[in-house]
Design a protein around this ligand. Structure first.
Ligand SMILES: NC(=O)c1ccc[n+]([C@@H]2O[C@H](COP(=O)([O-])OP(=O)(O)OC[C@H]3O[C@@H](n4cnc5c(N)ncnc54)[C@H](O)[C@@H]3O)[C@@H](O)[C@H]2O)c1
Length: 448
């Protein structure tokens, strides 16, 4: 198949490259000329493990090209994927669809008389496919096209594997011609027996939001349980394991931490909430999840302040990890950013280090120091905050950190260490949801 992918970001570039690797002929389009110039030189504009190699092999095989010329890519394609950003709209939290509709108008101007399948891969609210179809029909009253919804579920950091070995593929179609074409596009995955679920377009659109809202709920649920564990003196990780082994619950997304962030969950929960309000069917659970998660980032900053004895004014705080999760350079809505801002507001000086995410933060955080390694970051710090669980932070040299830090305090917001180990190294150690275990016999006798 000849495929055009509009938008060559985290989703478009990975999807386009994987489609090329399936054997399709793919042209990735982006309006950002710098991005396309880098890609043409073999330089990746984002960090995603394994992507550079996969792009290179498919470019060499002649199946993958890059352009800023949307019209040329579209006119030569059978299937056109829209994979542009759908951020939160300033002011009201609805998904901002301006990029989707811009791309649609450009596609409408470029499609000729052959049948084309236009697929929204971007996460878009229910009814967006109808609007895409309406815009295209307005531009091309006699055009032959189908509009499909094929939301993407890949996770940054494991995107290629997720794309090639998905839990399922969701395809929302309204006609048989589109169904046949989409079957062809995903044929290599049919052969791998990945479940491909065809449904109506609106159902596919809602499935994506419902999935993200459910996952965000699971994270928020365990975070609240973690807070309870802290005050009753027990370990949330034992509780997570205890409930996660129940097949009906499952072990994933039950890691207590600083709250969800990233380029999807915050904006998607908000957009779903807004859609539901428009239909006068408020989603109270999702509303609560959004509110609880928003408050959580500030409460994590308070945890740092408390570990520093009640004030961070004039203190140097080292923050390890800026990206919203490891193995990506994406810092959109990362909890670290809100925590850093709260600590700055409290008068702290911040030094930060992240293996891949620092370039994205330099403009956003002009008042902090960016270190080039862990030691430089931790030097003279009154506390060390682990904000992202990069592998590089899992084997810190605590003996050395004790030497170079101003005071030995670690706040591990990802629970990557065992409290007894870090405390044995001479540190004050705080983590999430791992309350001091109280000897029940003793507490009973002291209560008596
Ligand atoms: N990032 C993820 O992990 C993820 C996962 C699943 C779904 N999604 C969804 O996929 C969509 C894309 O997300 P992303 O993270 O890849 O975004 P991104 O910001 O990384 O990439 C979007 C790209 O689209 C380009 N673009 C915008 N308008 C264009 C136009 N008219 N013509 C050509 N290029 C255009 C931008 O320049 C940018 O490079 C969003 O709707 C997102 O919610 C993202």
């Amino acid at each position: 198949m000849r495929i055009a992918v509009i938008g060559s970001g985290y989703v478009g570039l990975v999807s386009g490259t994987c489609f090329a690797d399936f054997g399709h002929n793919v042209c990735c389009v982006d309006q950002n000329a710098e991005k396309i110039a880098l890609l043409k030189q073999g330089v990746m504009p984002i960090y995603e493990p394994g992507l550079a190699e996969l792009v290179s092999s498919n470019v060499t095989a002649g199946r993958l090209t890059f352009t800023t010329e949307l019209a040329t890519a579209v006119s030569g394609a059978d299937v056109i994927f829209i994979a542009v950003g759908t951020p939160s709209r300033r002011g009201d939290g609805h998904a901002d669809l301006c990029h989707v509709y811009d791309a649609t108008r450009q596609i409408g101007a470029a499609i000729g008389t052959d049948h084309k399948v236009i697929v929204t891969k971007s996460t878009v609210p229910v009814g967006t496919g109808d609007e895409v179809e309406r815009i295209l029909r307005e531009i091309r009253p006699n055009g032959r096209f189908s509009v499909v919804s094929n939301p993407e579920f890949l996770r940054e950091g494991a995107a290629i594997d997720d794309f090639k070995r998905p839990d399922r593929i969701i395809i929302g179609v309204e006609d048989d011609a589109a169904r046949t074409v989409m079957t062809e596009v995903y044929r290599p995955l049919f052969l791998n027996q990945a479940p491909v679920i065809f449904m109506r377009r609106r159902a596919a659109e809602l499935t994506k939001y419902a999935a993200n809202a459910f996952l965000a709920t699971k994270i928020t649920f365990i975070n609240e349980i973690a807070d309870l564990c802290e005050v009753i003196g027990t370990d949330v990780q034992e509780v997570s394991r205890g409930i996660g082994l129940d097949n009906r619950i499952g072990p994933k997304f039950l890691h207590a931490g600083p709250g969800f962030g990233g380029s999807c969950f915050p904006k998607d929960t908000l957009a779903l909430m807004k859609t539901a309000l428009d239909y006068e069917k408020p989603l109270r659970i999702v509303e609560t999840v959004v509110a609880v998660n928003d408050q959580r980032k500030r409460s994590m900053a308070r945890k740092v302040v408390a570990a520093c004895g009640g004030s961070v004014r004039g203190r140097r705080i080292a923050v390890l990890g800026l990206t919203f999760k490891p193995n990506t350079d994406d810092t959109r809505e990362a909890p670290s950013l809100a925590i850093i801002q709260a600590l700055l507001d409290g008068g702290a000086q911040i030094s930060a280090y992240d293996p891949k995410g620092m370039d994205h933060c330099r403009d956003m955080l002009p008042d902090i120091e960016f270190a080039s390694n862990v030691n430089e970051c931790a030097k003279d710090a009154s506390a060390l905050v682990i904000a992202t669980e990069w592998d590089a932070f899992r084997a810190l040299d605590f003996a050395n950190l004790r030497e170079i830090m101003a005071s030995p305090v670690v706040i591990d917001l990802r629970n990557i260490y065992r409290p007894d180990e870090v405390r044995a190294a001479g540190f004050v150690y705080e983590s999430v949801g791992r309350g001091e275990v109280v000897d029940i016999a003793m507490s009973a006798s002291s209560a008596a």
